[in-house]
Design a protein around this ligand. Structure first.
Ligand code: NDP
Length: 319
């Protein structure tokens, strides 16, 4: 594993982090989740990305992590960088969603119990709340750090204007934003095209990319149809409707470029991200150790020729 400095901070993160959004809930065999978590840590993936509602069921990815923490990870706690978040629907009624102080603080308390932790390394506001005053959300994050329940603050998916406000607000209170988390991959480039990546770098804030493999589209998973055990087969966040003829052509052609680099498509997609100096880490998901190992091997070649980059841009933008 290689480790990269997170903005202007004392924190180094592994180039590859592991996300527990899918495949670690109580619908998945605990033995497999445990195996993948152990394997990740043994490969130097010391950064784990969770959120209150990852599962399914909601909360159960944190519970899975908590069981592994209790049974085997505990002696290595200080070697790990553990993230959780709140911002999306978690429990019924008006206090289990969005960005109120009430929700964020009680959600983190619940997350810590589920994960068997005294503190997380980073706590994120999972999304921008257009109704709650930003000052309320941000003060709750600052207080969480002051209480020692999180060491650092993260922001995920906030629009640029709100993020600029957050940066100032948090720095003025000596609790700077450590990391901004958003979707970035060969197909989805919003943080790059909006100038967010450059802004973050100039402000000394790290960037961590989620869905770097476009939920599996940028891998060999769907090159020959939809496997029964895949995310697209489950049909909730990715479905057969995403695998249009145009998408299949793009994936197939991108796979040819990857092959010419002696890489799998997943490896090339991750290398494409990690070649950017503004990207601190990419959070991969996986449903097997083999997938994770494939993804880790991307680190062997992060160099691209200008021709390869131009071809990738052409394909990504094509209809
Ligand atoms: P990816 O884009 O990495 O997609 C992961 C999926 O791709 C896997 O579940 C698997 O699909 C397939 N896959 C992974 N590696 C390979 C491989 N080498 N070869 C073939 N197929 C592969 O990421 P996710 O969409 O899962 O997101 C990653 C993490 O980002 C989440 O777990 C979460 O922590 C974070 N996230 C944060 C969000 C936010 O709002 N802040 C939103 C979304 C994600 P299959 O399961 O079908 O085998």
């Amino acid at each position: 594993m290689t480790y990269r400095r997170c903005g202007r901070s004392g924190i180094l993160l592994p180039a590859i982090s592991l996300g527990l959004w899918h495949n670690f809930g109580d619908v998945n065999p605990l033995s497999r989740s445990k195996e993948i978590l152990h394997h990740a840590f043994d490969q130097g993936i010391v950064s784990f990305d969770l959120a209150n509602n990852y599962g399914p069921s909601y909360g159960s990815a944190e519970e899975t992590f908590g069981i592994v923490m209790q049974k085997s990870f505990r002696p290595y706690r200080d070697e790990m960088f553990i993230a959780t978040k709140a911002g999306y629907d978690m429990w019924p009624g008006p206090y289990g969603n969005w960005g109120s102080r009430k929700y964020l603080i009680s959600s983190l308390d619940q997350s810590l119990k589920r994960m068997n932790l005294d503190y997380v390394d980073i706590f994120y506001s999972h999304r921008y709340d257009p109704e709650t005053p930003l000052e309320e959300t941000l003060t709750a994050l600052v207080d969480i750090v002051r209480q020692g329940k999180a060491l650092y603050i993260g922001i995920s998916r906030w629009p640029k204007k709100a993020m600029n406000f957050a940066k100032q607000f948090l720095s003025q209170r000596d609790a700077p934003c450590l990391l901004f988390q958003d979707k970035l991959n060969i197909f989805d480039r919003a943080p790059e095209t909006s100038g967010m990546l450059t802004d973050l770098e100039n402000s000394g804030i790290g960037f961590i990319a989620f869905s770097p493999l476009a939920q599996g589209l940028l891998t060999n998973r769907y090159l020959h149809g939809i496997p029964a055990d895949s995310r697209a087969a489950a049909g909730k966040f990715l479905s057969a409707a995403n695998l249009t003829r145009g998408m299949m052509e793009k994936i197939t052609n991108l796979n040819h470029i990857a092959a010419s680099r002696d890489q799998s498509l997943a490896q090339m997609a991750l290398a494409w991200l990690l070649r950017k100096k503004e990207v601190t880490s990419v959070i991969v998901g996986c449903s097997s150790i083999a997938q994770l190992d494939d993804s880790i091997s991307s680190l062997a070649n992060l160099e691209f020729t200008s021709e390869q980059l131009a071809e990738i841009d052409n394909l990504a933008g094509s209809q």
